[in-house]
Structures are given as structure tokens and as C-alpha cells.
Write a protein that binds this ligand. Structure first.
Ligand SMILES: Cc1cc2nc3c(=O)[nH]c(=O)nc-3n(C[C@H](O)[C@H](O)[C@H](O)COP(=O)(O)OP(=O)(O)OC[C@H]3O[C@@H](n4cnc5c(N)ncnc54)[C@H](O)[C@@H]3O)c2cc1C
Length: 278
């Protein structure tokens, strides 16, 4: 948290003006560009298929199971939350002597989920881009009017606002239906923005992410999972491993690059059977 405050403080000029960047087209533009680049290099990307197991044989990994198909691999980089990675090792991996310790380590980091209520409004809610909320009676920690950063013309003239909350996934708000979340939030938004009216909202969307924010506990650096595991060829790279930084797309890119270089080093030292990414 200290690091995040330091980082955000550093994005201000001496006069207090803050400079933030936004990729035109959002994450989809970034991911689309990465996909095109990787495919041009001959990488096959499977979408809409969950990896369901990482298999081991002898001292190392042997491949990945996804959608009933076994993909042989000598190097596997897992990039999901460590808690989810544990489930991938549940099967025959339990026979490997290093797996129980790995499962214990990977289970140690708890996560909070995130819920975002996104409003498509026909007018501005306020002039503020990012409003942090410290009122325990308000159900969200931030009200972010995206079209105060990027122009509404890029969004069919709509004013896009999202309200964000980090919370355990068994919390009442997380478990409400989309309509219930919206109905529950309306009076709170009205209280904060007295001029606001329900008729301003043309559409709303509710987004939920189960593993959004690793929970950093005291002495976390001791518990933080390593990228390289003691199962030969098995690596983990996730937002639970960027401490002391907080999660962010830039750290995901940095962590992926570092893991890639590490694997390339190991491949140079040995002849691989293949590679796969989860
Ligand atoms: C509300 C919110 C706002 C944010 N705003 C910003 C911001 O403004 N700037 C910024 O830099 N960062 C922001 N972040 C953080 C950023 O989104 C994350 O740090 C980043 O997405 C982490 O990337 P990742 O690849 O490690 O994990 P993820 O993006 O979580 O990717 C992991 C993927 O693995 C998939 N998966 C899970 N299990 C399996 C399986 N078995 N098989 C196959 N796939 C699987 C998941 O569906 C997911 O798509 C925000 C996060 C939230 C929740």
C-alpha cells in the first residue's frame, strides 16, 4: 500500500497536477495487438478453453490438460491466481514429492474479489475523473467517471462511470443479481450526487472478478510464491508475486517478461520437449 501511495504521488507534478495514461480502446486493444504479434510468430492461442490440469511425470511437468485434450509440454508457465493453480495440480501431480509443499505455498495468498457497476449515462455525473470514497456507508470505494479522462465522443456520446468495490466473494453485494446491485446502489449515488436521476442511466452493467486483489499480510515477502517451482519445468507468474508493488497491467507485462526470460535461460541449458502457457 505504501508503494502504491508513493507511486501515485509520483504521478503528480510540483503544482499537484496528475498525469495518467489510458490505452485507446482499453485492454481489448492491448490484448488484440499481443495476440496478432504472437500469432505472427507462430504461437497457437486457444481461447474459450479452460486449462484443467498440469500433469507431471518423474521430476518434471509433462503437459497441460484442457477441454479433454492433453498438450505435451516440458515447460509450463501458469499465469492464474496461485489459489486457482493449486486446483490444476490436484490430480496426478500429488505423486510428485514437491507438489504438497507447492500446494501449501500457492494456497497461502488470499484474494479479494471485485465488483464494478458500470453506468452508461446520458449526461455527466460530475467533473471529477477519480473520486476515492472513504465513507463506510457508501457501498463502493471509488466513483470513476471514465469519460472525464477520455472523451465521450469515443463512447457514442455516452458518459461512462464505474463504481468499484473490492470484497470477499461471499459478501452480500457480490452475490446479488445485476438488477439487485443496481437497485441497491441508486439511493447511494443519489445521496452523493443530489442532482442525479435514474433517467440519466441508459444502460448498466455489473462485472465481477473473483481473484482481483491479493491480500498482503505481514511478512508477505516470506510467504510469496517463487516463479520457478521445484517441479522441473513448472513456473507461476501472477499478481500475488509483484509485491511490494500492487497489481497492475504494467506489472503483469513485466512479470510475464521476466518469467519468459527465465524459461528461455532454462531451455538454453536443456533440450525441451515443448512448451505451453496456461
Ligand atoms: C476494477 C479493476 C480496475 C483495474 N484498473 C486498472 C488500471 O486502471 N490500470 C492497471 O494497470 N491495472 C488495473 N487493474 C489491475 C489489472 O487488471 C490486473 O493487475 C491485471 O489484469 C493482472 O493481469 P494477470 O494476467 O496477472 O491476471 P488476469 O488479468 O486476472 O488474467 C488471468 C486470466 O486467467 C484466466 N483463467 C483463470 N483460470 C483459468 C484456467 N483454468 N484456464 C485458463 N484461463 C484461466 C482468467 O479468466 C483471467 O482471464 C484493475 C483491476 C480491477 C479489478
Amino acid at each position: 500500500m505504501d508503494t502504491k501511495l508513493h507511486l501515485r504521488g509520483g504521478s503528480r507534478t510540483r503544482s499537484g497536477k496528475e498525469t495518467l495514461y489510458y490505452i485507446k480502446g482499453g485492454s481489448e486493444a492491448l490484448l488484440g495487438a499481443l495476440q496478432r504479434r504472437l500469432e505472427s510468430l507462430g504461437v497457437e492461442i486457444l481461447t474459450g478453453v479452460a486449462a484443467d490440469a498440469v500433469h507431471t511425470e518423474g521430476a518434471g511437468v509433462s503437459g497441460v490438460g484442457a477441454g479433454g485434450v492433453f498438450h505435451p509440454a516440458g515447460q509450463v508457465l501458469v499465469t492464474v491466481a496461485p489459489q486457482l493453480a493449486v486446483g490444476l495440480l490436484d490430480h496426478d501431480g500429488a505423486d510428485h514429492p514437491a507438489v504438497p509443499e507447492l500446494q501449501r505455498r500457492w494456497s497461502a495468498t488470499d484474494y479479494l474479489g471485485n465488483l464494478c457497476l458500470v453506468l452508461e449515462n446520458n449526461r455527466k455525473l460530475s467533473d471529477t475523473y477519480w473520486l476515492n470514497v472513504n465513507d463506510p456507508d457508501f457501498p463502493f470505494v471509488g466513483v470513476i467517471e471514465h469519460t472525464n479522462l477520455d472523451r465521450p465522443e469515443r463512447y457514442d456520446g455516452k458518459h461512462v462511470v464505474y463504481l468499484s468495490k473490492y470484497l470477499p466473494t461471499d459478501a452480500e453485494l457480490y452475490r446479488m443479481s445485476d438488477e439487485e446491485v443496481f437497485a441497491y446502489s441508486l439511493p447511494h449515488i443519489q445521496r452523493m450526487f443530489p442532482g442525479f436521476d435514474r433517467s440519466w442511466v441508459e444502460r448498466f452493467h455489473v462485472w465481477r472478478a473473483e481473484h482481483a486483489q491479493p491480500v498482503i499480510t505481514p511478512h508477505y515477502s516470506r510467504a510469496m510464491p517463487a516463479v520457478e517451482s521445484r517441479v522441473r519445468g513448472l513456473y507461476l507468474s501472477s499478481m500475488a508475486q509483484v509485491f511490494p508493488e500492487d497489481r497492475g497491467t504494467n506489472y503483469a507485462v513485466r512479470a510475464g517478461r521476466r518469467a519468459g526470460r527465465l524459461i528461455a535461460d532454462r531451455l538454453r541449458a536443456a533440450t525441451p520437449a515443448g512448451s505451453a502457457y496456461v
